[in-house]
Design a protein around this ligand. Structure first.
Ligand code: SR1
Ligand code: MG
Length: 400
């Protein structure tokens, strides 16, 4: 029964008809707003007169950003529901799934209206202390918990087989790993950085490194990833002891290289930091660049904590973890380089850059493309201190 999109007016009746939902909110006093501002889905925020709420997310049979001319399987909702279920069992930093309607591809999700999207908070200059550490821990929890180390090899392969997501992975393969480097009609940049993009696309070291990351993305299946872990896929509320961080929107989930989730996260911190720097907020920029390393150290610490819980210690000595972490870190840096390029050049850009005026945009986009090259080409030797220095050393004053 795919293809029957809900409307705001239909939502109360829909909720009343779902046994799992009708007791959670009062359909008779419901207010409903469609707030989907992502690239793919309908999202309805529902609240009743008593202040109870939930969110419905429905997969459309096409890519919303482009329209019906780009059909897209609604099965992505089934895959997202499965990923949320698996991830919720392993981490508190995940938006909860309440119900899944397999016929209409509608998920009912925990209402996080008291949270805000991290990218919105960062663009407005809001606080981020502690967020990156929690994201590092979340990535470790779901990565380790869905890996062969926690599940055993046979169960791991069964789960990896069940979690394939070819259509959504193809979007990633095209947008993140192909088009920015080889060129595409869907690419666009403002004229002020077009010469730099042309130079990069003629830079064999950059292109080859990106193709190397595409190879990793296509061939490595370590854990059930979020698959699209940028600052628009993270809700935050509060600060300090009251901080709540919840990852959401995991429709791109698949068994892939763990560094992919880290790399997307890192690049999006860099976008936020470069934006801050371009706007003259130097110390805020530094703190965002440092948050890249913070998430890695938190990820690594949690992986080390989980390591003794692996199923077959005799088969996986401690040196295995050391080598594996090195590989994940290198992957993360390379994937960050791809995300830096794709969100600057390709389809589906980031408001961190796109809302800047031309003088600030020029320096910020130039900085992100410069970082992309450093991350990709130097990923095997780059330390987080090097990276912080590289970010901080970039020319990001519009007056430079
Ligand atoms: C056509 S979908 C474009 C992008 O939106 C999602 O957030 C993913 O990042 C995807 O690449
Ligand atoms: Mg998304």
């Amino acid at each position: 029964m795919g293809g029957t999109s809900l409307t705001v007016d239909e939502v109360p009746g829909y909720l009343a008809g779902r046994a799992a939902l009708r007791g959670l909110v009062d359909p008779a006093t419901l207010t409903v707003a469609e707030v989907g501002d992502g690239n793919l889905n309908l999202v309805f925020v529902c609240a009743d007169a008593e202040g109870r709420g939930l969110v419905l997310k429905q997969a459309l049979p096409y890519v919303r950003l482009v329209g019906p001319e780009w059909p897209m399987t609604e099965e992505r909702a089934t895959r997202e529901a499965a990923a949320i279920t698996a991830h919720c069992a392993l981490s508190d930093s995940v938006c909860r799934l309440i119900d899944f309607d397999q016929e209409r591809y509608v998920m009912a999700l925990e209402d996080l209206s008291d949270h805000q999207v991290l990218r919105t908070r960062l663009n407005a200059g809001g606080p981020h202390a502690g967020v990156s550490e929690l994201i590092g821990r979340y990535v470790a929890d779901v990565a380790f918990g869905t890996s062969w180390l926690a599940l055993g090899e046979e169960e791991f392969r069964r789960r990896a087989g069940a979690a394939i997501n070819p259509e959504l992975c193809l979007i990633t393969e095209d947008l993140i790993f192909t088009e920015p480097y080889l060129g595409a009609d869907r690419n666009s940049v403002r004229p002020c950085v077009a010469p730099l993009v042309s130079r990069l696309q003629a830079d064999q070291a950059w292109v080859d490194a990106a193709m190397g990351m595409k190879h990793r993305f296509l061939t490595v299946a370590e854990a059930l990833l979020h698959g699209d872990l940028h600052s628009g896929s993270v809700f935050v509320r509060g600060d300090g002891d009251q901080l709540s961080v919840k990852a959401f929107d995991s429709e791109f989930a698949f068994y892939g290289p763990i560094g992919f989730d880290l790399g997307l996260w890192w690049a999006n911190l860099m976008f936020a930091g470069i934006r801050a720097a371009a706007l003259g907020e130097r110390s805020r920029a530094e703190s965002l660049f440092e948050a890249v390393g913070s998430s890695w150290f938190s990820f690594r610490a949690r992986m080390r904590e989980l390591w003794p819980t692996r199923q077959a210690p005799g088969k996986y000595p401690d040196a295995y973890l050391t080598a594996w972490l090195r590989l994940i870190r290198q992957d993360g840096l390379g994937f960050a380089g791809c995300e830096a390029a794709r969100r600057t050049i390709g389809l589906a850009k980031v408001s961190d850059l796109e809302t800047l005026d031309d003088p600030e945009y020029r320096v910020a986009a130039t900085a992100m493309l410069t970082l992309s090259r450093t991350l990709l080409v130097d990923r095997a030797v780059l330390t987080f201190d090097d990276l912080t220095r590289a970010c901080s050393g970039l020319s990001v004053s519009p007056r430079d």
